[in-house]
Design a protein around this ligand. Structure first.
Ligand code: ZN
Ligand code: ZN
Length: 258
């Protein structure tokens, strides 16, 4: 009887994402501010990584959050407030590709505007499994460009995709997830390879800066400057102009405590 009355929902979709800082704070039982794990007597230090609010350390302790023992407590989240904005190490590679494909003079991506809107809308269609519609979108864009040379690409693609999504609302036409994921990865890798490697910015015509990454924690940008000497001879001087933030992660905090 009780089982029949249990509330239930049919799953329409599932997506994964990263927590925002505010969500992490809400989920967290405690802000970890103490670099010492254990005091001299070997008991967990308050506000340290072994704080009992995050769960008991062994069979002798009880969780300060759910009051359960070592075997029953599921463990609870804590968080560390970072003093600086830092890279998310999981996205460092993508960040590198984005900065490498950006113009550091006018802060635009160095690929044509149409390509960005095309990819953005293709991904939107793939989110609901509309593989064929995503595939056809390139032809829709080409047709639009032929007919309206100065038309608003962003608006045209947005309206087209809205219409497709609206027509699909009550029909279950989604392609198999594996095929959709493969096509999605293909579109994204094609974008990085063929669209984000232009030598000159199409927006302001500035030359591309050389961006290097070191140990997945630091990006160095080298700018070329033309120096005109007294004799009138031009020399290109390369200077490492900007060093971007260092990565501070959990590991560093743990290391500094020893
Ligand atoms: Zn607990
Ligand atoms: Zn530019």
């Amino acid at each position: 009887m009780a089982a029949r009355e249990a509330p239930w929902r049919r799953l329409a979709g599932l997506s994964f994402g990263m927590y925002a800082a505010e969500e992490i704070r809400k989920l967290s039982m405690k802000s970890i501010t103490n670099p010492v794990f254990l005091d001299n007597a070997g008991t967990p230090s308050p506000n340290g990584l072994y704080d009992l609010s995050l769960g008991p350390l062994d069979n002798k302790e009880v969780c300060a959050t759910c009051m359960q023992d070592f075997n029953s407590c599921p463990g609870h989240l804590g968080h560390i407030e970072l003093p600086l904005t830092v890279y998310n190490p999981l996205f460092f590679d993508k960040l590198f590709l984005l900065i490498r494909g950006s113009c550091l003079n006018c802060c635009h991506l160095t690929c044509p505007r149409a390509v960005i809107h095309l990819l953005f809308n293709q991904l939107k269609l793939l989110e609901v499994g509309l593989l064929q519609a995503a595939h056809d979108l390139e032809a829709v864009l080409s047709r639009f460009l032929e007919e309206n040379r100065d038309g608003d690409i962003e608006e045209a693609l947005r309206l087209h995709v809205e219409e497709v999504l609206h027509n699909n609302q009550f029909r279950d036409q989604g392609a198999p997830v594996k095929t959709v994921c493969e096509y999605r990865s293909k579109l994204i890798s094609q974008f990085w390879k063929s669209q984000m490697s232009s030598k000159k910015c199409p927006n302001c015509k500035a030359g591309r800066s050389l961006v290097r990454k070191e140990h997945n924690s630091k990006l160095t940008v080298t700018n070329s400057t033309i120096v005109i000497q007294k004799s009138g001879k031009k020399t290109i001087v390369e200077e490492a102009a900007s060093m971007y933030v260092l990565l501070i992660c959990y590991k560093n905090l743990i290391e500094t405590s020893h």
